[in-house]
Design a protein around this ligand. Structure first.
Ligand SMILES: *Cc1c(COP(=O)(O)O)cnc(C)c1O
Ligand SMILES: [Zn+2]
Length: 445
């Protein structure tokens, strides 16, 4: 199998710019000099030696392939993701290459030029976490092939990271361990790692409590840490930005809106756009909006104080359970991105997020509550004229709604706490009689 990344290089660098650099094949998550997160730093000079038009041609031709791994939306960008990873060590389940779904009616009602959903949850395990996990687990496979003694890979999760980790590890035959907050993930999310054979630890704490424990446990260097503080995941997730621009004929939208919890994904998206810009594939940057649930909104609070220092908060229970995070690990890099993209931050109540999700569903999608948070943020930013009339807006849809069936059922039964269901569409219970059925259909169309 050929490795298109041959000839290009990437390594870890300190994300706060203290100058520390090391090989991607080190087991390391933070800068040993200053404690900051690391980032993957690409040799942009070498990449720039290939003209922008040639990159576009290569990326587009791989969209037409059907064989993994390079038919994967992530590995179709192999050179930009993890160039030195041999193609034979790639662990892919066919992630990426997801639809950009227009919501023309909602766009028209809001007075937008366009509103589109990048459906990142149309993916092997049903969330965008697959985009990053393919890179991390491939790197672990490669590390083990190089003789690094890694027994297993571990993560703390609000549900989707653990599903992705366990599926990719199962595909690679590598043991995985997931730390879940008891009773705070959906049934579908809980059953995925169970089915994929992970060691599932259900802990009587919240996500932040799980995160703390997994960091302590992975100080044992035989256990590899798979949370998004691990910047290998960011390299896969940044491809969302690249694929979005590719979908739009290499013209970014005016705004990109994304739900944020730990804030790794918002940082990844920014990194993708910056790389596209640096490489000359796009000529301007979009503006960025990060959306949080009002009950878990530390970034919103900081933003209102002019990006004041993070004050970790106790995240309250929200329907947007995957972003119920009070102490986001990637806070600093997200703030850096928001500054670079003239970004804004908005939050949504339980009612707002649920109604926004239901509104989009009426155009044929099936949105998760987190995507509902982002859509509610669009509604509010349009109302406040932060997003101008006529703007083109892309929303990153982070998971498939099928993982959150209880949320949907509760919404349409109008039984969700703190939600006024404005678009409830409960089934009509009827006797099995023609007259009753005819009557029920009389008002259709
Ligand atoms: C993980 C996740 C998020 C938040 O991503 P962060 O990188 O933690 O900000 C949003 N939506 C869904 C569905 C997720 O699984
Ligand atoms: Zn440093």
């Amino acid at each position: 199998m050929s490795t298109p990344g041959a000839g290009f290089r990437a390594e870890y660098a300190c994300s706060e710019g203290c100058g520390f650099r090391t090989s991607l094949w080190e087991v390391i998550y933070r800068c040993p000099r200053c404690g900051s997160l690391l980032e993957v730093s690409h040799d942009l000079e070498a990449l720039r030696a290939v003209p922008a038009a040639e990159w576009k041609r290569r990326f587009e031709s791989r969209f037409g392939q059907s064989r993994l791994p390079h038919a994967s939306g992530v590995w179709g960008k192999h050179e930009w993701v993890c160039p030195e990873l041999p193609a034979g060590d790639i662990v892919s389940l066919g992630e990426g290459r997801v639809p950009l779904k227009p919501l023309p009616r909602m766009a028209k009602e809001l007075g937008l030029g366009s509103l589109e959903l990048k459906e990142c949850g149309v993916s092997p395990t049903g969330s965008f976490k697959d985009w990053g996990m393919t890179v991390l687990v491939s790197a672990v496979k490669h590390l083990r092939a190089r003789g690094v003694p890694l027994r297993a890979v571990a993560c703390a999760s609000t549900g989707d990271t653990s599903a992705a980790l366990s599926a990719y590890c199962a595909a690679a035959g590598i043991p995985s361990v997931v730390f879940l907050p008891k009773d705070k993930v959906s049934l579908a999310q809980l059953v995925q790692p169970i089915a994929n054979g992970a060691r599932v630890l259900s802990l009587d704490t919240d996500f932040d409590g799980c995160m703390k424990l997994v960091q302590q446990v992975t100080e044992d260097r035989g256990l590899y840490l798979a949370n998004s503080m691990n910047s290998l995941r960011i390299e896969g997730q940044k491809v969302v930005a690249i694929e979005l621009c590719q979908d739009l004929g290499w013209e970014p939208p005016d705004w990109v809106v994304i739900p944020g919890g730990n804030l790794g994904n918002a940082s990844a998206l920014g990194k993708g756009f910056q790389m596209l810009h640096a490489m000359g594939l796009i000529s301007r940057l979009p503006r960025l909006a990060v959306a949080q649930a009002e009950r878990a909104n530390p970034l919103v609070r900081s933003f209102r104080g002019g990006f004041s220092e993070l004050e970790p908060m106790k995240a309250e229970r929200t329907l947007a359970s995957a972003i119920q995070i009070g102490n986001p690990v990637s806070f600093r890099r997200a703030v850096r991105m928001l500054r670079a993209f003239d970004g804004v931050v908005e939050d949504a109540t339980e009612s707002e997020l649920a109604n926004a999700a239901a509104r989009a569903d009426l155009e044929g999608t099936f949105t998760c509550p987190h995507t509902g948070v982002a859509l509610a943020a669009v509604e509010k930013l349009v109302a406040r004229k932060v997003i101008a009339p006529g703007a083109s807006v892309a929303v990153v849809s982070t998971a498939h709604g099928l993982k959150f069936a209880d949320f949907k059922v509760g919404y349409h039964r109008a039984t969700l706490a703190d939600v006024q269901s404005q678009r409830a569409n409960p089934p009509l219970e009827l006797p099995a009689e023609l007259g009753a059925v005819r009557e029920a259909l009389a008002s259709l169309g």
